[in-house]
Write a protein that binds this ligand. Structure first.
Ligand code: NAD
Ligand code: ZN
Length: 361
């Protein structure tokens, strides 16, 4: 059994590994939290699958008040936040209280947003239960909710007191959601770590049993980037590779279909399109484009883009990364080398969408 690995990235404490819940218990019974009221935010799935494990392993949370929200991206909205603010108020949370977000990216995005705004800010801890949240959403202090189907339009930057990553939560996670998180690991390798990219090319998704080394690598990459530029004024934008096209695809799918694409599925499609743009605009080689498109094609479910090209372009124009309605991209020059704030002719963006569809047909 491996120990919990505690990494301190500036003021962010990240506990990872088999012993992470034990380390969380120690933290919550220590002087900073001992006398604080504790609240757990969970969705209906994590309440069932993850809460009993958390309560059995973290004594400090056995008497915590549990607040339940409905699962799913469609619930990442202001109504659910309102319900959580109300519950905290009725349960007499005070400014010394701590909120434990037990769930995937939807729970951590909502919980962190609620924590950042309730009584002008209370402390929170993320306990991610999906691969997406372990490698990405729970780290980095971006909080947020969707507005009328537009992704993450309302939110704050607000860091957690700690992130506690216990990989055994993944045992009950449906495979499609594991795939979704895997997309962000691919992204981290493409923007920052050619060695990791090579490793992922050699190891197909289906052969990965132990996710911990990949989680730790992603945490390391993301935390280093966030530490340099928490408020995304510059270098943090490297993390947006695949997300300009990806968010448009995800938003369209959310607005149009009950069975919408998962965040990572949309980002995987976005990475193919933006690798195509990188090939045309920033010198990504033909070989690398083929490798990226080939790996995503072989590892992800084959989905056609969910919308007409014009609608997707319109959604890209309303992306919050833009300035003066010009669509901005983060593009690759090489594996591990990235250029931020790139613009492309709209005809080329449309070509990139067609390139994706030609691969997936
Ligand atoms: N803030 C950030 O920096 C950041 C980064 C990446 C993604 N995100 C956001 O994260 C969200 C996606 O997160 P996600 O992929 O974790 O989705 P999610 O939170 O919707 O979780 C996926 C599904 O799995 C269920 N679930 C969670 N853990 C489980 C477990 N251990 N066992 C069984 N079921 C479980 C959930 O209830 C849900 O139904 C998106 O809204 C995205 O925008 C945010
Ligand atoms: Zn993402």
């Amino acid at each position: 059994m491996r120990d919990a690995n505690t990494s301190n990235y500036k003021n962010l404490k990240i506990l990872t590994g088999d012993q992470a819940l034990k380390a969380l218990d120690k933290l919550l019974t220590g002087p900073s939290f001992n006398s604080s009221k504790k609240f757990i935010l969970a969705d209906n799935h994590t309440l069932l699958h993850c809460l009993p494990l958390l309560e059995s392993k973290v004594g400090a949370l056995q008497k915590a008040c549990v607040i339940e929200i409905p699962a799913g991206e469609v619930n990442k909205d202001i109504e659910v936040c309102r319900a959580v603010w109300m519950s905290l108020s009725q349960l007499e949370a005070d400014r010394d209280s701590v909120l434990i977000n037990l769930g995937g990216g939807v729970v951590s995005d909502i919980g962190a947003f609620v924590a950042s705004t309730f009584m002008r800010g209370i402390r929170y801890v993320n306990v991610p239960t999906t691969l997406m949240a372990m490698v990405d959403a729970a780290i980095g202090g971006k909080t947020g909710i969707d507005l009328e189907g537009l992704k993450n339009m309302v939110g704050t930057f607000y860091l957690p007191e700690a992130v506690c990553i216990w990989p055994s939560f993944l045992n009950t996670l449906p495979k499609a959601h594991l795939h979704s998180g895997y997309a962000e690991i691919l992204k981290h390798s493409l923007i920052a770590d050619p060695q990791l990219w090579k490793q992922l090319q050699r190891r197909p998704f289906s052969e990965i049993v132990d996710w911990l080394p990949f989680i730790r690598k992603s945490v390391e990459i993301k935390s280093a980037i966030v530490n340099q530029d928490l408020y995304e004024t510059g270098s943090r934008k490297v993390l947006n590779f695949g997300h300009t096209v990806g968010h448009a695809i995800e938003s369209y799918s959310l607005q149009m279909s009950k069975k919408h694409l998962l965040h990572g599925e949309a980002i995987a499609a976005g990475m193919i399109c933006e690798s195509y743009l990188s090939n045309k605009m920033t010198g990504l080689s033909d070989d690398h484009l083929d490798q990226i498109a080939g790996l995503i094609h072989s590892e992800f479910p084959k989905v056609k883009l969910p919308g007409p090209e014009k609608e997707l372009l319109q959604l890209m124009r309303s992306d919050k990364k833009n300035k003066n309605e010009t669509i901005h991209f983060t593009l690759l020059m090489d594996i591990g080398q990235v250029m931020i704030n790139q613009t492309c002719p709209e005809s080329l963006i449309i070509e990139s969408l067609r390139f994706y569809n030609s691969i997936m047909s």
